[in-house]
Design a protein around this ligand. Structure first.
Ligand code: SF4
Length: 289
């Protein structure tokens, strides 16, 4: 059996991308490596009593910017584990090269300002060593045409690659960042470059709001209140600041991993929610079994 741990290791990143929401910038590397190693030890001691493997999904900030990321990965890999990491791949080949033996799967973000030879090295290594790689390309205003050409070339080589519109902070309404031209929006949406949006139809004051959700029918399926649930055991999420959630539903939180005396939960609990709505929760967590 596999237990899943999703961990935003820190919000530290040295890159200062102009399009990165301010709350993710200017953060410092304020934890000691001993703090991380202590948490990993506790999680391992708890999970390996019941599970054969832990699948670790590591994220940031930029994990490769943590000075001691090698020690974190080495500690994780000292026991049976699958390690997936989300990164921009570092500034030179050597960043990834020094860590590659500890990483099984990589989601690499290829920013427009990056050296393509670093990404090519990572792709080459993953393909040669049968490791899973996914390339994500954040579209940058003014660079979209060239980025689409790169995405297409990678896809033709069998590399799982996708482009992503950059948004202002999701907390601020999730609008695209400023600077995209209409022709760039068109290309991103697979439309002819010179396509122009048709005039909006007149508003019908009696029309139903397209975002309206009828809660009397939206909550279908059996109630989950009182079900036996292994949130926190089968899956745990750790935030940048160390706070822990056992599921997407928020039905089970259990402290902060960096607090003295913190330990992972080991037992199931009774679901306090009426409906279990997250597909991810239902896929990763034993419920009522
Ligand atoms: S809603 Fe689902 S995941 Fe959340 S506590 Fe209940 S059974 Fe568990």
């Amino acid at each position: 059996m596999i237990s899943n741990v999703f961990w935003h290791l820190s919000d530290y990143c040295k890159q200062e991308c102009s399009y990165c929401p301010p709350r993710y910038r200017n953060n410092s590397e304020d934890r000691k490596v001993e703090d991380y190693l202590g948490v990993i030890e506790k999680i391992q001691a708890s999970k390996y009593t019941e599970f054969d493997t832990i699948r670790w999904s590591l994220n940031g900030g930029e994990p490769f910017d943590l000075e001691y990321i090698d020690q974190i990965l080495k500690a994780i890999k000292s026991k049976p584990s699958i390690v997936k990491i989300a990164t921009s791949g570092g500034n030179s080949w050597f960043d990834y090269m020094s860590l590659q033996e500890y990483i099984d799967q990589i989601d690499v973000t290829f920013h427009h300002w990056q050296n393509i030879s670093v990404i090519e090295y990572i792709i080459d290594f993953c393909q040669t060593n049968d490791k899973k790689i996914r390339v994500k390309v954040p579209y940058f205003p003014g660079k979209v045409r060239e980025q689409l050409a790169i995405i297409s070339e990678f896809q033709q080589r069998g590399i799982d690659t996708s482009g992503h519109l950059l948004h202002k902070d999701a907390r601020g309404g999730n609008d695209p960042i400023d600077g995209y031209s209409q022709s760039e929006f068109n290309l991103i949406n697979g439309l002819p470059e010179d396509w122009t949006p048709p005039p909006a139809p007149p508003k019908d004051p009696d029309a139903i709001d397209p975002n309206y959700v009828d809660m009397t029918t939206a909550l279908e399926g059996p109630q989950s209140l009182g079900s036996t649930c292994y949130a926190g055991v089968d899956f745990m999420y750790i935030s940048h600041r160390g706070f822990v959630n056992g599921s997407d539903c928020g039905g089970r939180t259990f402290g902060n991993v960096f607090e003295e005396g913190w330990t992972p939960v080991t037992e199931s609990f009774k679901c306090p929610m009426f409906y279990c709505r997250s597909d991810k929760d239902k896929r990763l967590i034993r419920i009522n079994r």
